[in-house]
Design a protein around this ligand. Structure first.
Ligand code: HEM
Length: 479
């Protein structure tokens, strides 16, 4: 049966093709409330895009435990082999706006919301294990350098390389971005990382540091520059369409989820700062432990409601999983929920896609678009049987010492990038140098090029010399 057309107030709608007019040719009448409402609603269709990661695509699925992790975390989502937890993911580009081509070189976002029995747990990571900066104070400037020039309104190689060349901690992430992995062939064919170090706590209060790895079961595949450029013109939404079509035809992508676990004290005494997101923890020291499978088997039902209204935050943690002192992570704990209040509104957590699959009981009330509110007591303490606290969910503290201040981060900016360069095959190194030539080569100010080559040189002199030669810079100045 065909549905009857109604207004948003449910009133039957007689004519959706002809406005009410004064006579056949006459002006439109203000009494035509259906016309006015239709125009007014249309004017409000767009909401602010995400300030970063605006372009993306997502899908629903589940996480299934293959190794019980109760010895390390009391989080229910990781306990009990075979347990399935529903989830939703969103993959994204970092810098481009909502309509940006999917195949431009960029880091890709890799965000997962687990709807656990203890509330929502989000891992808001990327397809790389590290990041460009490690202090939240630098994040807005970093992003400005990636976005559009305020005067020309164009993206600018000068801006991004200027920032990177003056931020030596970025050289590890820049090396990954300029490698083959800078242009994934598919969201299905890239790994994901939680990137930061987080904390796990078990039921007896024992604490561990943890890093998350999502290993694609489809194999890692990337695009050449030529193909990526061609696709950018042919199919702006190439990665989005690839994901949607695979799931639509029953070819469900999956990832093996693994963790690196570091005993609490060992982590504090590790030779390098494990809370510095520009570095990785060696898998030789702390090998990957497989804990489960993530499978995506359902496309969004409605892209706006499932993906645009989707709100992740690294602050969405559950008992047994806590933040670490990682400075960048600490900044993120504030940034996302604040952005989402602005982007979606004060009650964004009540939108269907963000609503946990467990009941919500607290004393927060009202605000724009509030829905499904409890009508009971709205203050605490109360003698009215309102919701009570759950002391077992309290977080574990860390011992702190030292003086407050603005401290610099670990000055070893380079060794991780040098190690990565030396892990690449000859062909991968050659493509890395070529990609840097293609990008850094567009910079118009020689001083920026020289500064950046100095970063590569510090990572590994051969790396620096090869980039310098590719850019026809005099290598003697770096020796
Ligand atoms: C201080 C550093 C950072 C700040 C302040 C920051 C802030 C933000 C903000 C405000 C959003 C938009 C949120 C929304 O409107 O829903 C966002 C999105 C995102 N960020 Fe960050 N970010 C930071 C670093 C990182 C890092 C290190 C990663 C990865 C390891 C990351 C991964 C993502 C992802 C994947 C998204 C998109 C989430 C989605 O698909 O909705 N960000 N970030």
């Amino acid at each position: 049966m065909t549905n009857k057309l109604t207004t948003n107030e449910g009133q039957p709608w007689a004519d959706n093709q002809h406005s009410q007019t004064a006579g056949q040719r006459g002006p439109v009448l203000i009494q035509d409330y259906q016309l006015l409402e239709k125009l007014a609603h249309f004017n409000r269709e767009r909401i602010p895009e995400r300030v970063v990661h605006a372009k993306g695509a997502g899908a629903k699925g589940y996480f299934k435990v293959t190794k019980d992790m109760r010895a390390y975390t009391k989080a229910a989502v990781f306990s009990g082999v075979g347990k399935k937890t529903p989830l939703i993911t969103r993959f994204s580009q970092v810098a481009g706006e909502a309509g940006y081509p999917d195949t431009y070189r960029d880091v890709r976002g890799f965000a997962v919301k687990f709807y656990t029995e203890e509330g929502n747990y989000d891992i808001v990571g990327n397809n790389t294990p590290v990041f460009f900066v490690n202090d939240p104070l630098k994040f807005p400037d970093f992003i400005h350098s990636q976005k559009r020039d305020p005067r020309t309104h164009a993206r600018s190689q000068d801006m991004q390389w200027d920032f990177w060349s003056l931020s030596p901690e970025s050289v590890h992430q820049v090396t990954i971005l300029m490698s083959d992995r800078g242009i994934p062939a598919s969201y299905r064919m890239m790994h994901g990382y939680g990137s930061h170090t987080f904390k796990w706590v078990n039921a007896t209060g024992e604490q561990f540091w943890v890093k998350y790895h999502f290993k694609t079961n489809q194999g890692v595949h990337n695009l050449s520059n030529e193909l990526a450029n061609e696709l950018a013109g042919k199919d702006t939404d190439y990665l989005q369409n690839d994901l949607f079509n695979a799931i639509e035809t029953g070819d469900y992508p999956s990832w093996t989820v693994a963790v690196q676990l570091v005993p609490y004290e060992d982590g504090l005494n590790y030779p390098q700062d494990i809370f510095d997101v520009t570095k990785v923890i060696s898998q030789k020291d702390y090998p990957l432990i497989e804990i489960g499978q993530m499978v995506l088997d359902e496309n969004p039902t409605n892209n706006f409601e499932d993906i645009e209204e989707l709100a992740f935050s690294p602050a969405n943690l559950v008992p047994g999983i806590e933040a670490s002192p990682d400075k960048l992570l600490q900044g993120r704990l504030f940034g996302y929920k604040d952005a989402e209040r602005y982007r979606l509104g004060a009650n964004y957590e009540q939108l269907p896609v963000n609503r946990p699959k467990v009941p919500v009981h607290n004393y927060e009330r009202d605000g724009r678009m509030a829905q499904n509110q409890a009508t009971g007591v709205n203050y605490e303490p109360n003698s009215d049987g309102g919701p009570i606290e759950v002391p077992a969910a309290k977080m574990h503290g860390d011992q702190l010492s030292g003086q407050t201040g603005n401290y610099p981060t670990d000055p070893d900016y380079y060794s991780a990038a040098g190690k990565l360069y030396n892990l690449l095959t000859d062909q991968e190194q050659a493509r890395l140098i070529e990609n840097i030539r293609l990008n850094l080569g567009q910079v118009t100010k020689p001083a920026i090029q020289i500064r950046e080559v100095q970063q590569f040189y510090q990572a590994d002199p051969e790396y620096g010399r090869r980039v310098a030669a590719a850019l026809h810079l005099d290598t003697a100045q770096f020796e």
